[in-house]
Design a protein around this ligand. Structure first.
Ligand code: ADP
Length: 755
């Protein structure tokens, strides 16, 4: 379709359209208009009405001058001038605002509307004889005698004459109608152009062509003029319309519009429109112009649509739309768009910067997180629901010997937890980490074994805690474990040591008790047997008076009671008391020890003395244990002093050089208990080690007494200390918390026990 003459140039098309339309003479009534030139409007500037013309300025002035005069009369003070415009001129004149209003045919109007935004303010009412109409169309017809052509479809392959390729009513309307019926006149028909309407009608009537097309009312006008008889023609695709009485084949399109330009004042345009609408159909101005007045502007969309459909100007090519046009037309939107773009750019920059800061903060957090994870002593790893390791920290690598990349993604149980300590396999179902997934409860295992990469067992304590996502669904677990090797070894050592100590302590206590019991019981038993024998002798010799006998019996009983007392004390001593402290009377404890040691002291010729100072009567202690400590210390002292001086071996004799003193003195809020002797003092170099177990200078010694005593003192929050100088004896002491007497308060008195 490209090489069609109609597409060559819009200007050429416009000019021919004008020729076509004006040739029919509807607007060419030979009425002379009064010459209105010379009068100026009140603003001094005449208002110019551009009118499409092709017959020269005089004819146009003659036809339209009266209309301008009518407007000047209707709008006093304003001067209207007709500006005849050639088809080639009209576009430039409108573009340059050389006119204020423009009157042109619908085809040109549509072009001006699209290109220069002119807008119609009234539509012409056309007059043909006594009929008038503000719409028109095209009529396609053949000779009535032609037997072959009855419908538009019958035209296929036949010849058709139109007025001109650019004539709206004389060709384009028919083209549009043919196209609706599936016919392309350029391709399917033998197309020719007659130049003027009358020529087309003549050619058809004479049979030179099969069919022709002209604008409506031409046939009726020619019939009136006697140039043709209507029965001689057959209208194809006839349209019945009670409102439109002319023969026609196409749709109807509005008549010429009267338009204002964009620059034309709105108020003025309104007043002009009102004046035009008020013009009566028989007004001389209307008669001069060959029309019948004006009507409200009609809808020119049908013309737009037709030109669009036929791809004719202004729709033949994309409009040349310059940047300047765009700026002029769309500047508010452009400014708005630029503003929005600017805001968006600023926002984007802001978001980007925020993002960068967030990234940095995130990196810092991750770094800190990693630092924390790696600087703890515990191994930490994540395990997913399939048991695969998801992350590990550096201590985990160190403790297990596996590198992070060897652990991550692999089954943690199979690598580290496959075998139990006893060598039996450890099934995954029994693994506490898997159990965590099942019941979603954190658990702590304080003794288990992991396996290092080198195959060595790693005793561990660990916790397994479920990890959940933000909705609470379980994702896996985090396992935190601690190497228990050292702690287990230390605990083993302590256990062993305690077992040894307990064993030896039992032995030594048993031994001491055995000898103590022997010593203690020996004396009363000896006395009892001696007295009993003496009594028997006296009875046998007949010298026994009842009084004498009862006296002896009395002594025997006393000795038996003493033996009982000794046994009671021993039982008291060995009874296992609960490890709780309570107020204990110091003098009573000293008495217990004295009762146990008196025989030994006596035998070793040691003077035995106890002294309890003011405020030192009550201490907070587990009585029996402190008695054991004092007993230990006192026995050591007696043994040490046994080596000093001559020492009386027989009962009752004491050596002033051998003195054993048990003292209790209030010191601050505590009570210092001391065991002082006048023996040789500690062997040189012994002071540092004497409290350690198995340190002894005695051939039969176990070296445990002071160690056990030290432990007991420690359990009481006290420290057993020694002062010693060679040759001047030793002094062992420790301080217990002072106590008030238990309720009901007893009334202890400061005691000075001599022995
Ligand atoms: P053992 O009495 O079985 O030797 P101890 O722990 O009771 O064990 O005493 C350790 C050592 O401390 C004794 O062998 C002795 O040499 C020394 N020792 C203890 N008490 C005294 C003391 N009062 N005077 C001198 N040496 C003492």
């Amino acid at each position: 379709m490209s090489p069609q003459p109609a597409r060559r140039s819009a200007a050429c098309r416009l000019s021919l359209a004008l020729l076509g339309v004006l040739t029919i003479g509807t607007l060419t009534t030979e009425t002379l208009a009064a010459d209105q030139a010379g009068d100026q409007g009140t603003n001094g500037e005449p208002i110019r009405i551009g009118v499409l013309s092709h017959r020269g300025e005089t004819a146009t002035e003659r036809a339209w001058g009266p209309t301008a005069a009518y407007l000047a009369e209707a709008l006093p003070g304003l001067d209207f001038r007709i500006q005849p415009l050639d088809f080639a001129d009209i576009d430039a004149a409108v573009a340059a605002h050389r006119v204020d209003f423009v009157l042109a045919n619908p085809g040109i109007y549509v072009n001006l509307e699209v290109r220069h935004r002119v807008s119609r303010i009234a539509t012409l009412r056309n007059r043909v004889g006594d009929r008038e109409s503000n719409v028109f169309g095209g009529v396609i017809f053949t000779r009535a005698s032609n037997p072959h052509i009855h419908t538009l479809e019958d035209l296929r392959g036949r010849s058709l004459m139109a007025v001109d390729p650019t004539s709206l009513g004389g060709f384009e309307m028919a083209w549009g109608e043919l196209a609706v019926h599936g016919l392309d006149p350029w391709r399917d028909l033998k197309l020719s152009f007659g130049g003027i309407h009358d020529a087309v009608v003549g050619a058809v009537v004479r049979g030179e062509v099969d069919a022709g097309t002209v604008r409506t009312d031409i046939l009726e006008r020619m019939a009136t003029d006697g140039l043709v008889t209507l029965p001689a023609v057959r209208v194809l695709n006839p349209q019945e319309d009670p409102d439109f009485s002319f023969l026609r084949s196409t749709a109807l399109y509005p008549e010429w519009p009267f338009s204002r330009l964009r620059h034309t004042d709105q108020g003025l345009a309104q007043r002009v429109a009102v004046a035009l609408l008020q013009m009566s159909s028989n007004h001389p101005a209307a008669r001069a112009g060959g029309y019948a007045g004006w009507t409200v502007p009609l809808d020119y969309q049908p013309v737009h649509r037709l030109l669009q459909r036929l791809r004719l100007p202004p729709y033949d090519k994309p409009l040349l739309f310059t940047l300047r046009d765009a700026l002029e037309r769309y500047w508010p939107m452009l400014v708005l768009g630029l503003g929005v773009l600017l805001i968006m750019a600023v926002l984007t920059l802001w978001v980007l910067r925020l993002n960068r800061r967030l990234e940095r903060a995130k990196a810092r957090l991750e770094q800190r997180h990693e630092l924390i994870l790696n600087s703890v002593a515990e191994g930490i790893c994540g395990v997913d629901l399939d048991g695969r390791t998801t992350f590990v920290n550096a201590p985990m690598e160190r403790l297990t010997g596996w590198r992070a990349d060897e652990l991550i993604g692999r089954n943690q149980h199979e690598l580290l937890h496959h075998t139990r300590a006893d060598g039996s396999p450890h099934p995954a179902q029994e693994c506490p980490v898997y159990a965590t997934f099942r019941d979603q409860v954190p658990r702590f295992v304080d003794e288990d074994l992991f396996w290092r990469k080198d195959g060595q067992g790693l005793p561990v304590a660990y916790s397994s805690t479920p990890i959940r996502d933000e909705r609470g669904a379980i994702l896996g677990a985090v396992v935190v474990f601690r190497d228990m090797t050292e702690r287990n070894e230390a605990a083993d050592k302590i256990r062993r040591h305690q077992a040894e100590l307990a064993h030896v302590a039992r032995l030594s206590t048993l031994g001491e008790m055995a000898s103590g019991i022997a010593h203690e019981l020996n004396q009363p038993l000896t006395a009892i047997s001696a007295n009993a024998r003496a009594c028997v002798h006296m009875v046998e010799a007949g010298r026994a008076s009842l009084e004498h006998c009862s006296d002896v019996m009395e002594r025997i009983a006393a000795q038996a009671e003493r033996a009982g007392e000794v046994i009671r004390h021993i039982r008291h001593f060995v009874r296992k008391e609960p490890p709780v402290t309570r107020p204990a009377l110091v003098s009573a404890m000293f008495e217990t020890v004295a009762a146990l040691l008196r025989p030994d002291a006596h035998r070793a010729g040691v003077a035995f003395e106890t002294r309890v100072g003011e405020g030192a009567e009550w201490v907070l202690a587990q009585e029996i244990q402190i008695e054991q400590v004092v007993l230990n210390l006192a026995r050591n002292a007696i043994e040490a002093m046994a080596e000093v001086g001559e020492g009386g071996g027989d009962a009752g004799g004491t050596d002033p050089l051998r003195r054993l003193t048990l003292t209790a003195e209030a010191v601050g809020r505590g009570v210092e208990i001391a065991v002082t002797d006048t023996g040789p003092g500690l062997a040189p170099g012994l002071a540092e080690t004497v409290f350690q177990p198995f340190v002894t200078t005695k051939p039969q010694g176990l070296g445990l007494g002071l160690s056990i005593s030290g432990g007991i003192c420690e359990a009481h929050g006290a420290r057993l200390e020694v002062e010693s100088s060679p040759g001047h004896g030793a002094r062992f002491r420790f301080t217990l918390p002072q106590a008030s007497p238990p309720v009901p308060p007893s009334n202890p008195e400061a005691q000075h026990h001599g022995h």
